[in-house]
Write a protein that binds this ligand. Sequence first.
Ligand SMILES: Cc1cc2nc3c(=O)[nH]c(=O)nc-3n(C[C@H](O)[C@H](O)[C@H](O)COP(=O)(O)OP(=O)(O)OC[C@H]3O[C@@H](n4cnc5c(N)ncnc54)[C@H](O)[C@@H]3O)c2cc1C
Length: 462
Amino acid sequence: MTINLTTTAQVESALDELSSVLPGQVVDPRHPDWTALSRAWILSVDQRPRAVVTVTDEEDVVAVVGWAARHDMTVSVQPVGHGATHALDGTVLLRTRGLREITVDAENRIARVGAGVKWGELLAAVSDLGLTGLAGSSPDPSVVGFTLGGGLSWFSRAFGLAAHSVVAVELVDGDGELRRVTAASDPDLFWAIRGGGGDFGIVTALEFRLHPAPHVYGGRLLWPIEMARPVMTAFAEVTASAPDELTAWAHLLRFPPLPEIPEPLRGGSFVSVDLTFLGSAEEAERLLAPLRSLPALRFDTLGTVPLAELGGIAAEPVDPMPTMELSGLLRDFDEVTIDRLLAAAGGPDSPLVVVQVRHLGGALTRATDADGAAGALSEPYQLFCLGVPVSPEVAYAIGQAFAEVRTALGEHLTGRRAFNFLSDDHDPTSAFSPTALERLVAVKAEVDPHGTIRSNRPVNRS
Ligand SMILES: Cc1cc2nc3c(=O)[nH]c(=O)nc-3n(C[C@H](O)[C@H](O)[C@H](O)COP(=O)(O)OP(=O)(O)OC[C@H]3O[C@@H](n4cnc5c(N)ncnc54)[C@H](O)[C@@H]3O)c2cc1C
């Protein structure tokens, strides 16, 4: 039987009932540390869940979702908070960091991870095996959150999105039932959760293929920002003919003058190319010749990269911070695109801390609809811009800079975005083709007709 809760007292009473089942694990706005407990990693999104529940195993998840279904409440999940969102306002928010299982079957190249495991933890576990999961630029995102949204990895040009490597998912559905979902058991649901986000159940564990990575060469090449045009041009030349084993991302980087930023980066503006190569140093260096021929190199960290240190290449922050983000998939990255991007975002006064162009292609283009909702990424490059809104004035300037970038690039942006790079103010439907979108909405209606589960980017929130 469903109980409709209409008053605050009724909600508090229902939460007290949940607390009696999970003592010490449920907090609500009456808790003195509520602000810290309910916030996301991205501090600029003021999230307002009804309660936060720390779960430690799958039975806890079953208990919360069953309780929510009975009380006509909605459940969200946020292990880390990189995908901060207002979509979870009014929901009961699960923190799943306690689900820490990591099991690696090296012989069959399969890993199984719990919903709380971060990429850095999984990479440390496989680092000595010559195998890798499809981790992205940072060790901090949870494997599950990252993978449900597609998961654009350093190694996606060789092996596809992280979602493409999933072989099984264990989740608690909208009725509070724990299910093992595979291509054979539930083809539509299995398709949706591989790239459609977390709207289809609370995942407790994920199983996915590992890939060979016996030697990873990589690191960062960095020049002063005055070198932006020749570096971007050489980056375009290198990536135009790169084999799938080479992944390169170009950046404009503006570091604040903070003591925690090391010299020579502190307070400076730079252009960099970060890269990984699944192969030898000699072969990588041959491919990088156009970049190596440029003068004024200030910083060179290229070398063998132990997998456990993959996150060190881009060295992205892991502590919570306010951010504003813009992303989009690019049709091309030729001289005209470079000119327009630099005119809009390359100036000395730009408030954009990061302007990143990721080379895509390779296996990303070869995926098919059968590989999950994320499908193929046919665009050859992705643009991502980030600002840090430390004051309303800076937030305004970042918004203006985003508008300038969008206008300058115009038709060079296809209008599609990769799901994981959506921010709270983006329309999630922009990540999918009309056909995929229709199928996602149908799967949601089928598996969670009462809307008990809500992801950070629901595609049918209208
Ligand atoms: C510094 C940084 C670097 C990044 N680099 C990359 C990158 O290289 N490639 C890339 O693809 N993305 C990247 N991202 C984006 C990141 O992958 C997404 O924001 C992803 O959603 C983060 O997942 P999370 O669990 O860490 O975050 P959270 O905000 O905790 O979770 C995000 C969403 O995932 C879903 N979810 C999480 N766990 C579960 C679960 N157990 N069951 C059901 N749903 C769940 C929920 O909808 C949740 O709202 C990066 C983000 C940051 C901050």
